[in-house]
Design a protein around this ligand. Structure first.
Ligand SMILES: Nc1ncnc2c1ncn2[C@@H]1O[C@H](COP(=O)(O)OP(=O)(O)OP(=O)(O)O)[C@@H](O)[C@H]1O
Ligand SMILES: [Mg+2]
Length: 244
Protein backbone atom coordinates (compact mmCIF):
# COMPACT_ATOMS: atom_id res chain seq x y z
CA UNK A 1 0.00 0.00 0.00
CA UNK A 2 0.94 3.59 -0.29
CA UNK A 3 -0.45 5.97 2.29
CA UNK A 4 -0.06 9.73 2.15
CA UNK A 5 -1.51 12.38 4.43
CA UNK A 6 -1.72 16.02 3.44
CA UNK A 7 -2.38 18.80 5.93
CA UNK A 8 -4.73 16.46 7.76
CA UNK A 9 -6.44 18.34 10.57
CA UNK A 10 -9.05 17.35 13.13
CA UNK A 11 -10.25 19.10 16.27
CA UNK A 12 -12.68 18.01 18.96
CA UNK A 13 -14.26 20.82 20.99
CA UNK A 14 -11.51 23.26 20.11
CA UNK A 15 -8.73 20.76 20.88
CA UNK A 16 -6.48 19.99 17.88
CA UNK A 17 -6.10 16.24 17.84
CA UNK A 18 -4.48 16.07 14.41
CA UNK A 19 -2.46 19.15 13.60
CA UNK A 20 -2.05 19.53 9.82
CA UNK A 21 -0.26 16.20 9.39
CA UNK A 22 1.63 15.89 6.11
CA UNK A 23 3.39 12.60 5.56
CA UNK A 24 4.24 10.17 2.77
CA UNK A 25 5.05 6.77 4.23
CA UNK A 26 6.20 5.43 0.88
CA UNK A 27 5.36 1.99 -0.46
CA UNK A 28 4.95 -0.54 2.36
CA UNK A 29 3.11 -3.66 3.47
CA UNK A 30 2.66 -2.83 7.13
CA UNK A 31 2.71 0.34 9.18
CA UNK A 32 2.49 0.55 12.98
CA UNK A 33 1.42 3.71 14.76
CA UNK A 34 2.76 4.20 18.27
CA UNK A 35 2.57 7.07 20.69
CA UNK A 36 1.17 8.33 23.98
CA UNK A 37 -2.47 7.97 24.97
CA UNK A 38 -4.61 10.76 23.58
CA UNK A 39 -2.07 11.50 20.85
CA UNK A 40 -4.59 10.96 18.06
CA UNK A 41 -3.76 7.43 16.86
CA UNK A 42 -7.34 6.13 16.87
CA UNK A 43 -8.61 9.33 15.32
CA UNK A 44 -6.11 8.99 12.48
CA UNK A 45 -7.06 5.32 11.89
CA UNK A 46 -10.75 6.19 11.88
CA UNK A 47 -10.17 8.95 9.33
CA UNK A 48 -8.16 6.64 7.05
CA UNK A 49 -10.91 4.02 7.44
CA UNK A 50 -13.53 6.59 6.38
CA UNK A 51 -15.29 6.42 9.75
CA UNK A 52 -14.48 10.00 10.73
CA UNK A 53 -14.30 13.19 8.66
CA UNK A 54 -11.32 15.52 9.04
CA UNK A 55 -11.81 19.28 9.33
CA UNK A 56 -9.28 19.84 6.55
CA UNK A 57 -6.70 18.00 4.50
CA UNK A 58 -6.56 14.71 2.63
CA UNK A 59 -5.72 11.05 3.14
CA UNK A 60 -4.73 9.07 0.06
CA UNK A 61 -4.53 5.29 -0.16
CA UNK A 62 -2.84 3.83 -3.24
CA UNK A 63 -3.26 7.11 -5.07
CA UNK A 64 -6.97 7.36 -4.28
CA UNK A 65 -8.09 10.16 -1.97
CA UNK A 66 -10.60 9.10 0.68
CA UNK A 67 -13.81 10.81 -0.48
CA UNK A 68 -14.96 12.26 2.83
CA UNK A 69 -17.78 14.30 1.30
CA UNK A 70 -19.16 11.69 -1.09
CA UNK A 71 -21.21 9.24 0.97
CA UNK A 72 -21.44 6.66 -1.82
CA UNK A 73 -17.70 6.60 -2.51
CA UNK A 74 -17.03 6.59 1.23
CA UNK A 75 -19.19 3.50 1.68
CA UNK A 76 -17.31 1.80 -1.16
CA UNK A 77 -14.02 2.72 0.54
CA UNK A 78 -15.17 1.27 3.88
CA UNK A 79 -16.32 -1.94 2.20
CA UNK A 80 -12.79 -2.61 1.01
CA UNK A 81 -11.22 -2.39 4.47
CA UNK A 82 -11.20 -4.88 7.32
CA UNK A 83 -11.23 -3.08 10.64
CA UNK A 84 -10.65 -4.65 14.07
CA UNK A 85 -10.90 -2.55 17.21
CA UNK A 86 -9.82 -3.24 20.80
CA UNK A 87 -12.37 -5.83 21.76
CA UNK A 88 -16.07 -6.22 22.23
CA UNK A 89 -16.89 -4.98 18.75
CA UNK A 90 -18.98 -8.04 17.94
CA UNK A 91 -22.77 -7.88 17.97
CA UNK A 92 -23.52 -9.38 21.41
CA UNK A 93 -26.93 -10.79 20.46
CA UNK A 94 -25.62 -12.69 17.42
CA UNK A 95 -23.70 -15.95 17.21
CA UNK A 96 -20.11 -15.93 15.94
CA UNK A 97 -21.38 -17.23 12.60
CA UNK A 98 -24.07 -14.53 12.33
CA UNK A 99 -21.53 -11.86 13.22
CA UNK A 100 -19.77 -12.83 9.99
CA UNK A 101 -22.76 -13.53 7.75
CA UNK A 102 -24.64 -10.31 8.61
CA UNK A 103 -22.17 -7.88 6.98
CA UNK A 104 -21.48 -10.32 4.14
CA UNK A 105 -25.19 -10.31 3.29
CA UNK A 106 -26.20 -6.76 4.19
CA UNK A 107 -23.10 -4.83 3.19
CA UNK A 108 -21.48 -7.03 0.57
CA UNK A 109 -24.62 -8.42 -0.99
CA UNK A 110 -23.81 -12.14 -0.78
CA UNK A 111 -26.69 -14.61 -0.82
CA UNK A 112 -27.38 -16.28 2.54
CA UNK A 113 -25.84 -19.55 1.30
CA UNK A 114 -22.71 -17.87 -0.07
CA UNK A 115 -22.36 -15.79 3.10
CA UNK A 116 -22.56 -18.87 5.29
CA UNK A 117 -19.99 -20.73 3.19
CA UNK A 118 -17.58 -17.77 3.29
CA UNK A 119 -18.15 -17.25 7.03
CA UNK A 120 -17.62 -20.90 7.92
CA UNK A 121 -14.40 -20.99 5.90
CA UNK A 122 -13.10 -17.88 7.73
CA UNK A 123 -14.02 -19.36 11.13
CA UNK A 124 -12.31 -22.66 10.24
CA UNK A 125 -9.21 -20.74 9.24
CA UNK A 126 -8.91 -19.38 12.79
CA UNK A 127 -9.82 -22.66 14.56
CA UNK A 128 -13.26 -21.36 15.44
CA UNK A 129 -15.43 -23.92 13.64
CA UNK A 130 -16.59 -25.45 16.93
CA UNK A 131 -17.59 -22.03 18.26
CA UNK A 132 -19.72 -20.85 15.33
CA UNK A 133 -22.98 -21.25 17.26
CA UNK A 134 -21.80 -19.33 20.34
CA UNK A 135 -22.56 -15.74 21.21
CA UNK A 136 -19.66 -13.43 22.16
CA UNK A 137 -20.37 -13.74 25.91
CA UNK A 138 -19.80 -17.50 25.61
CA UNK A 139 -16.35 -17.02 24.05
CA UNK A 140 -13.01 -16.11 25.63
CA UNK A 141 -11.54 -12.69 24.87
CA UNK A 142 -9.00 -14.21 22.49
CA UNK A 143 -11.69 -16.19 20.71
CA UNK A 144 -13.87 -13.09 20.41
CA UNK A 145 -11.00 -11.18 18.88
CA UNK A 146 -10.30 -14.04 16.47
CA UNK A 147 -13.96 -13.92 15.40
CA UNK A 148 -13.54 -10.17 14.79
CA UNK A 149 -10.43 -10.87 12.70
CA UNK A 150 -12.24 -13.66 10.81
CA UNK A 151 -15.02 -11.16 10.07
CA UNK A 152 -12.52 -8.59 8.80
CA UNK A 153 -10.78 -11.17 6.59
CA UNK A 154 -13.98 -12.70 5.20
CA UNK A 155 -14.56 -9.69 2.97
CA UNK A 156 -11.13 -10.00 1.31
CA UNK A 157 -10.10 -6.46 2.27
CA UNK A 158 -7.41 -4.49 0.45
CA UNK A 159 -6.09 -3.40 3.86
CA UNK A 160 -6.53 -4.66 7.42
CA UNK A 161 -6.70 -2.01 10.12
CA UNK A 162 -6.17 -2.91 13.77
CA UNK A 163 -6.60 -0.51 16.67
CA UNK A 164 -4.95 -2.01 19.77
CA UNK A 165 -6.40 -5.44 19.04
CA UNK A 166 -4.89 -6.97 22.18
CA UNK A 167 -5.27 -4.27 24.80
CA UNK A 168 -8.24 -5.99 26.45
CA UNK A 169 -6.59 -9.41 26.52
CA UNK A 170 -4.44 -11.30 29.01
CA UNK A 171 -0.89 -12.26 27.94
CA UNK A 172 -1.74 -15.72 26.62
CA UNK A 173 -4.67 -14.47 24.54
CA UNK A 174 -2.55 -11.55 23.40
CA UNK A 175 0.02 -14.01 22.05
CA UNK A 176 -2.74 -15.96 20.34
CA UNK A 177 -4.08 -12.89 18.55
CA UNK A 178 -0.62 -11.52 17.69
CA UNK A 179 0.22 -14.92 16.12
CA UNK A 180 -2.82 -14.59 13.89
CA UNK A 181 -1.85 -11.06 12.82
CA UNK A 182 1.76 -12.12 12.15
CA UNK A 183 0.43 -14.96 10.01
CA UNK A 184 -1.69 -12.52 7.99
CA UNK A 185 1.37 -10.38 7.46
CA UNK A 186 3.39 -13.37 6.24
CA UNK A 187 0.58 -14.11 3.78
CA UNK A 188 1.29 -10.72 2.26
CA UNK A 189 -1.73 -8.83 3.63
CA UNK A 190 -1.35 -5.08 4.00
CA UNK A 191 -1.64 -4.03 7.64
CA UNK A 192 -2.10 -0.74 9.43
CA UNK A 193 -2.05 -1.08 13.18
CA UNK A 194 -1.98 0.82 16.42
CA UNK A 195 -0.36 -1.22 19.14
CA UNK A 196 1.21 -0.88 22.54
CA UNK A 197 3.10 -4.15 21.97
CA UNK A 198 6.46 -2.71 20.95
CA UNK A 199 8.12 -6.09 20.43
CA UNK A 200 5.31 -7.01 18.09
CA UNK A 201 5.45 -3.70 16.23
CA UNK A 202 9.17 -4.22 15.70
CA UNK A 203 8.60 -7.72 14.36
CA UNK A 204 5.57 -7.21 12.15
CA UNK A 205 5.76 -3.62 10.89
CA UNK A 206 7.88 -2.52 7.94
CA UNK A 207 7.68 1.00 9.20
CA UNK A 208 6.77 2.60 12.51
CA UNK A 209 5.37 6.10 12.96
CA UNK A 210 5.45 7.94 16.28
CA UNK A 211 2.40 10.15 16.73
CA UNK A 212 2.24 12.64 19.58
CA UNK A 213 0.60 16.00 20.14
CA UNK A 214 -1.33 15.69 16.88
CA UNK A 215 1.80 15.29 14.74
CA UNK A 216 3.81 12.47 13.20
CA UNK A 217 6.98 13.33 15.04
CA UNK A 218 9.04 10.74 13.18
CA UNK A 219 8.70 7.58 11.12
CA UNK A 220 11.32 5.07 10.09
CA UNK A 221 11.88 1.38 9.37
CA UNK A 222 10.87 -0.49 12.53
CA UNK A 223 14.36 -1.70 13.50
CA UNK A 224 15.77 1.78 12.99
CA UNK A 225 13.14 3.63 15.00
CA UNK A 226 13.39 1.28 17.97
CA UNK A 227 17.19 1.13 17.93
CA UNK A 228 17.78 4.84 17.49
CA UNK A 229 14.77 7.14 17.81
CA UNK A 230 15.74 10.61 16.62
CA UNK A 231 13.28 12.92 18.37
CA UNK A 232 13.50 13.61 22.11
CA UNK A 233 9.74 12.92 22.37
CA UNK A 234 10.06 9.43 20.91
CA UNK A 235 13.20 8.73 22.93
CA UNK A 236 11.36 9.66 26.13
CA UNK A 237 8.28 7.65 25.13
CA UNK A 238 10.26 4.49 24.37
CA UNK A 239 12.41 4.87 27.49
CA UNK A 240 9.24 5.09 29.56
CA UNK A 241 7.38 2.15 28.09
CA UNK A 242 10.33 -0.17 27.53
CA UNK A 243 11.45 0.25 31.13
CA UNK A 244 9.52 -2.78 32.43
N1 LIG B 1 -15.49 11.64 19.31
C1 LIG B 1 -14.73 12.41 20.09
N2 LIG B 1 -15.23 13.50 20.70
C2 LIG B 1 -14.46 14.29 21.47
N3 LIG B 1 -13.15 14.09 21.68
C3 LIG B 1 -12.59 13.02 21.12
C4 LIG B 1 -13.33 12.13 20.29
N4 LIG B 1 -12.51 11.17 19.85
C5 LIG B 1 -11.30 11.45 20.38
N5 LIG B 1 -11.34 12.57 21.13
C6 LIG B 1 -10.21 13.19 21.83
O1 LIG B 1 -9.14 13.29 20.91
C7 LIG B 1 -7.90 12.99 21.51
C8 LIG B 1 -7.21 11.87 20.75
O2 LIG B 1 -7.95 10.69 20.90
P1 LIG B 1 -7.53 9.33 20.24
O3 LIG B 1 -8.55 8.33 20.64
O4 LIG B 1 -7.31 9.52 18.78
O5 LIG B 1 -6.13 9.04 20.95
P2 LIG B 1 -5.21 7.74 20.95
O6 LIG B 1 -3.87 8.15 20.51
O7 LIG B 1 -5.89 6.67 20.17
O8 LIG B 1 -5.17 7.34 22.50
P3 LIG B 1 -5.13 5.89 23.20
O9 LIG B 1 -3.71 5.38 23.08
O10 LIG B 1 -5.50 6.17 24.63
O11 LIG B 1 -6.12 5.02 22.51
C9 LIG B 1 -8.22 12.66 22.98
O12 LIG B 1 -7.96 13.80 23.72
C10 LIG B 1 -9.67 12.33 22.95
O13 LIG B 1 -10.28 12.64 24.18
MG1 LIG C 1 -6.73 4.83 20.67
Amino acid sequence: MRLTLTELTKSFAGHRVLDAITCDFGELRSLALIGPSGGGKSTLLRIIAGLETPDAGAATLDGEAVAFTDEEKLRAHRRRLGVVFQAFNLFPHLTALANLTLPLEKVHGLSPAAAEETARAALRRFQLADHAHKKPAQLSGGQQQRVAIARAIAIQPRLLIFDEPTSALDPEMTAEVLDVIAELKSEGRDLLLVTHEMGFARQVADRVAFLAGGRIVEHAPAAELFAAPRSPECQAFLARILKY
